[in-house]
Design a protein around this ligand. Structure first.
Ligand code: GUN
Ligand code: FE
Length: 455
């Protein structure tokens, strides 16, 4: 007798797995049986033709057999989504960050004082992101506790894994008086309540995140209180760091120290801390992130608008920094992470080559900056999971069954496998560059089908 009993097999998915557990290569396992227990965790992966697979199939409550033109991938882990900015997705990117915040974004976020409005947005956004393959999302909400808890409830209702953070911001210069915490103490107390409220939902799908918006929007007292709250509660932390020339310069001017160092001084760099953007981080900052086990949400499309620089993802990976991808809805104008994978590859090529043809090619770019599709897919899945310390992002025993099924060959779709031309590496490239929600046939979170259908 052992004192632990393996949970009964719930689902077996039979098909071909395509994933990127490491940044340097794709991992393809053809014709395997992925065994998922009734709790939603993967217990084993067997060759489909093995006796173990036959046994698991016979015992399973549900068997899903994928077609030869379907691929099973880990679900996408979006490390940076501004939930209340969903209604302005695709608009308003004509201003620099510091004006975009005051003129477009803070007025919209202020509307989430109305919890009914908030819920109507969440019930549109969460299913839409699931349909794009986002099985885990790390959310900035607004300063409102009710809207924050309503988003956590929406994640539970729709079956998305959600890291949900009430935004704290109180600085009289960095925020408008009509959209800020009334004091540092009030901001810390409200963030503390939001941590308790999200935890009180008692769902394994959702957890709270302590969320100082960024240093320019927060007083020293607020940052101090939130660092103490993180230590006291053990909740994860997220913020923006060294995003643009303006943001990085503001912090340097105020403290005479670099942004990452300032956050560290307030106790905000901790294991699992998500620093959005990080475009102006240097090698010393990277070493600090490695030492504190904080990570970066690389948001390549948003960065093209706001950052004034390209995040050196190849260099940061080489330095051992934990990195995932973020859509940065709505500073990034597209939902989901497959587009961000493509943008990560594209902007890395621009950094590598340089962009101004008047400069000699030998001096134009930063050689060694390129990343490929496999690395990008890694960031969107295992990389993001690694930042959070979450058991997702790979299809492997012990991990949650958070996965997507991509269908090739849908009528009218350019996402198609050509016999004798396309090997699995090309199929992965095509999925990353061409798949749309219409090509994502199923989305699974913790063993539950949360979007799409099985045949
Ligand atoms: N810095 C502070 N707030 C924001 C935000 O909402 N979006 C982005 N991209 N950067 C920020
Ligand atoms: Fe952001």
């Amino acid at each position: 007798m052992t004192d632990t009993v393996a949970a009964a097999p719930g689902i077996v998915v039979v098909g071909t797995v395509l994933q990127a557990p490491t940044p340097d290569a794709l991992d393809v396992r053809r014709d395997v049986a992925v065994v998922v227990d009734t709790t939603g965790r993967i217990t084993a992966i067997h060759p489909a033709s093995s006796p173990e697979a036959a046994q698991a199939v016979a015992a399973a409550a549900r068997v899903v057999r994928l077609g030869t033109d379907e691929r099973l991938l880990p679900g996408l882990v979006d490390l940076h989504v501004h939930a209340p900015q969903w209604p302005q997705l695709g608009t308003g990117l004509d201003l620099p960050l510091e004006r975009w915040l005051f003129e477009y974004t803070f007025p919209l976020e202020a509307r989430y004082a109305d919890a009914g409005f908030a819920t109507s947005v969440w019930d549109h956004m969460v299913p839409a992101l699931l349909a794009h393959g986002t099985t885990t999302a790390v959310y900035f909400v607004s300063i409102h506790e009710d809207a924050t808890v309503a988003l956590a409830e929406a994640c539970v209702r729709h079956g998305q894994r959600g890291y949900v953070g009430r935004v704290a911001m109180d600085h009289p210069d960095g925020t408008p008086e009509w959209y800020r915490d009334v004091s540092a103490e009030a901001g810390v107390a409200s963030s503390a309540r939001s941590v308790d409220l999200v935890r009180s939902l008692r769902s394994p799908l959702v957890q709270p995140v302590i969320t100082p918006r960024f240093v320019p929007a927060c007083t020293d007292d607020l940052l101090t209180g939130l660092g103490e709250l993180a230590a006291a509660t053990g909740a994860l932390v997220q913020t923006h760091c060294s995003e643009s020339d303006w943001q990085h310069g503001e912090v340097l001017h105020r403290f005479g120290r670099r942004d990452a160092d300032v956050l560290h001084g307030f106790g905000l760099l901790r294991p699992g801390t998500v620093l959005a953007h990080g475009n102006h981080l240097d090698a010393g900052d990277f070493a600090l992130l490695v030492a504190t086990e904080a990570g970066v949400a690389h948001c390549p499309l948003s960065n093209s608008y706001f950052a004034n620089a390209v995040f050196p993802v190849a260099r940061a990976l080489a330095d051992g920094v934990r990195i995932g991808l973020g859509s940065d809805v709505a500073g990034g104008s597209q939902p989901g992470l497959l587009p961000q994978c493509q943008h990560a590859v594209t902007v890395s090529r621009m950094l590598d080559d340089g962009v101004d043809a008047r400069i000699d090619a030998t001096r134009r770019g930063v050689r060694g900056s390129r990343v490929d599709v496999a690395a990008a897919l890694h960031l969107a899945t295992a990389g993001g999971a690694n930042v959070l310390g979450a058991d997702v992002g790979v299809i492997a025993p012990g991990c949650w069954f958070d996965a997507i099924v991509v269908q090739l060959g849908r009528p009218g779709s350019p996402l198609r496998r050509w016999d004798d031309l396309d090997d699995e590496v090309r199929i992965a490239e095509k999925i990353v560059r061409l798949a749309t929600p219409a090509d994502i046939a199923q989305v699974w979170v913790a063993g539950h089908l949360v979007a799409g259908t099985t045949t």
